[in-house]
Design a protein around this ligand. Structure first.
Ligand SMILES: NC(=O)c1ccc[n+]([C@@H]2O[C@H](COP(=O)([O-])OP(=O)(O)OC[C@H]3O[C@@H](n4cnc5c(N)ncnc54)[C@H](O)[C@@H]3O)[C@@H](O)[C@H]2O)c1
Length: 259
């Protein structure tokens, strides 16, 4: 018996990186998994990787599109009968442009990273409430807590839009409000804020110098692998976390210690 035996889990952005590691671990724990991913190539590779490891389906999903999120939940219900767990892992991270400081781009990143989690929660919560059981796990980031910026040159370069960091901070707040409303329906909502995790996205987006600097500032002097986060996600998704809700767990080797 796995710790998530026969539970039905939607994991967004499970086409690669941390979401894929969550999907693999959830299958090992006996869950049935919906890989909800916008990028079909990534999803194809993910499904090949997960083949033979348990009961998983791919549902093409854009979490920033309300109809697409609803369709994802409907597909889970049709195939597996219900939804017990929603992991809001998808975000613009590999595909983010940190140099686009326009308002339009801030709106786009917000639509995915923050509103996408809300839209998926809105779609899944009624199904969970119907059987008075649910687990929602949102994915924030250590970027929500890191607010020191290097200064480049003497000229004021314009206000940044902080799109990634601010949406990840937003996810922490969203977690609290969702938890507060949904608890009475037997639904818990928690959040994981990972530190530097060595996915393809991190290798592409974060300059080596930053990785080294941030790692040196951690207590454990080490970066993480996606698998290092999976145990916490299983815990929040399991019955053991029955009375744990509205919480954000920072897993970063000891950099941000919000207390
Ligand atoms: N890797 C890290 O160091 C790190 C640290 C802190 C937080 N995080 C967060 O963890 C999560 C996963 O990180 P990762 O490194 O695996 O990133 P990633 O960019 O490799 O994975 C994100 C996945 O989400 C998918 N996605 C993007 N937009 C989508 C949409 N609109 N609908 C559905 N799917 C969509 C992407 O195609 C991709 O497969 C992200 O939320 C990221 O912000 C990562």
């Amino acid at each position: 018996m796995g710790r998530l035996q026969d539970k039905v889990a939607i994991i967004t952005g499970a086409g690669q990186g941390i979401g894929l590691a969550y999907a693999e671990r959830f299958l090992a724990e006996g869950a049935k998994v919906v890989v909800a991913e916008i990028n079909e190539d990534r999803a194809t590779h993910a499904m090949e990787h997960l083949a033979g490891k348990g009961d998983a389906i791919f549902q093409a999903t854009d979490i920033s599109n309300p109809e697409s999120g609803e369709a994802c939940v409907a597909a889970a219900v049709e195939r597996f009968g219900t939804v017990d767990i929603l992991v809001n892992n998808a975000a613009l991270y590999y595909d983010i442009d940190n140099f686009d400081t326009s308002y339009e781009y801030l709106q786009k990143v917000t639509a995915v990273n923050q509103h996408g989690a809300w839209l998926m929660g809105r779609a899944a919560a009624p199904v969970m409430a119907k059987h008075h059981y649910g687990r929602i796990i949102n994915q924030s980031s250590g970027a929500a807590y890191a607010y020191s910026f290097p200064s480049f040159g003497d000229e004021f370069a314009g206000l940044g839009n902080f799109s990634y960091s601010i949406t990840k901070w937003g996810v922490v707040g969203l977690t609290k409000f969702m938890a507060a409303q949904l608890g009475v329906w037997g639904i818990t909502v928690n959040c994981i804020a990972p530190g530097v995790t060595m996915t393809e996205a991190t290798k592409k987006i974060v300059p080596d110098m930053f990785i080294q600097g941030m790692t040196a500032a951690t207590a454990m002097k080490s970066t993480l692998e996606p698998e290092d986060l999976a145990g916490a996600c299983v815990f929040f998704a399991s019955d053991e976390a029955k009375f744990c809700t509205g919480q954000t767990l920072v897993i970063d080797g000891g950099l941000a210690m919000p207390g």
